[in-house]
Design a protein around this ligand. Structure first.
Ligand code: AMP
Ligand code: FE
Ligand code: FE
Ligand code: ZN
Length: 288
């Protein structure tokens, strides 16, 4: 049984519509797929229709933007963290409202980055908006695609390594809620919170184990240990930490269609872990 619990569609920064992600999952031989767009559940209906049509079981989820704060030598350090939420009630207002707030902040931030980029590149917000699904969660990948269309960079990854890097002069941060309250809100919404790629240092700073312990106290259920952005040593460490904290571990692709090299099913999750997620979540897994 092949289970991949982290993918993105055009509802956020993937390149395929949700139904196509599900069809791709069937073609890749997956039995179970989770759609986890950034800060939105807008892709759920289309993914559900496709799942019912092609026999892939669908876990409805989202990847929530959050921020951890911890002390380093007497100073606050802020680190961006992603919390996967599975099978939560999307109508739970505190969670839905935070998602909306983040989406709005991301839109303002994308426009601010476009204003900075426009000083040196012929990027145009209207052109980017025309290439973005209405209501989609906007991120740097949408700006990367505009730079690719202009011939500034050959692909998204090249854009992230240069102009869109967090250390670049064109980078602008965006609002995100604190991680522990995010984990608590997921639980209140009947969802299953899992820390996405906790050790992915190539994306920027990561959190110390003490922060993961705090999140476990807040109700975190699992760690996404098996992810292409982790080294084998990091995977071992996360598996050990999860065991110590009573968390389960997942493995997933973080598929973004053509937008990233990540391939569906390149990392997978054990069937026993899916059972725990299903037992804990308030929504059902959609099966034909
Ligand atoms: P943002 O959330 O807008 O700051 O952009 C970060 C998002 O861009 C991540 O969630 C990834 O989905 C995506 N991303 C990060 N690095 C890359 C890369 N090298 N190539 C394509 N997409 C990336
Ligand atoms: Fe993404
Ligand atoms: Fe992520
Ligand atoms: Zn992701």
């Amino acid at each position: 049984m092949l289970i991949d619990l982290h993918t993105h569609s055009t509802a956020s920064d993937g390149t395929d519509v949700p139904g196509q992600v599900v069809a791709d999952a069937a073609a890749a031989g997956l039995d179970v797929l989770a759609l986890t767009d950034h800060d939105t559940v807008a892709g759920w209906p289309d993914a559900t229709d496709a799942a019912l049509g092609c026999g892939v079981a669908l876990v409805r989820g989202a990847e929530l933007s959050a921020q951890a704060v911890f002390d380093v030598d007497g100073r606050d350090r802020y680190v961006s963290v992603h919390v996967l939420s599975y099978l939560h009630d999307p109508s739970y207002a505190p969670l839905a409202d935070e998602c909306e707030r983040v989406r709005t902040a991301r839109l303002d931030r994308a426009r601010a980055m476009v204003d900075l980029l426009a000083r040196d590149y012929p990027v145009d917000w209207d052109e980017i908006a025309a290439h973005t699904d209405p209501g989609a969660t906007v991120g740097r990948p949408h700006l990367a695609d505009a730079l690719v269309r202009l011939g500034v960079v050959p692909n998204r990854s090249a854009a992230f390594e240069t102009v869109l890097h967090a250390g670049s002069p064109y980078y602008v941060p965006h609002y995100a809620p604190r991680a522990a309250p995010t984990v608590r809100r997921v639980r209140e919404a009947g969802g299953v919170p899992v820390f996405a790629h906790p050790a992915a240092s190539a994306r920027g700073r990561t959190v110390p184990d003490a922060v993961i312990e705090e999140l476990a106290d807040a109700g975190l259920a699992g760690l996404e240990a098996y992810h292409r952005d982790h080294t084998p040593d990091q995977v071992d460490h996360l598996v050990g930490l999860a065991a110590r904290l009573g968390l389960f571990v997942t493995g997933s692709s973080d598929y973004h269609g053509a937008g990233k090299p990540n391939r569906l099913a390149e990392n997978t999750t054990a069937p026993e872990v899916l059972e725990r997620i299903e037992d804990m979540g308030t929504l059902t897994v959609i099966r034909t």
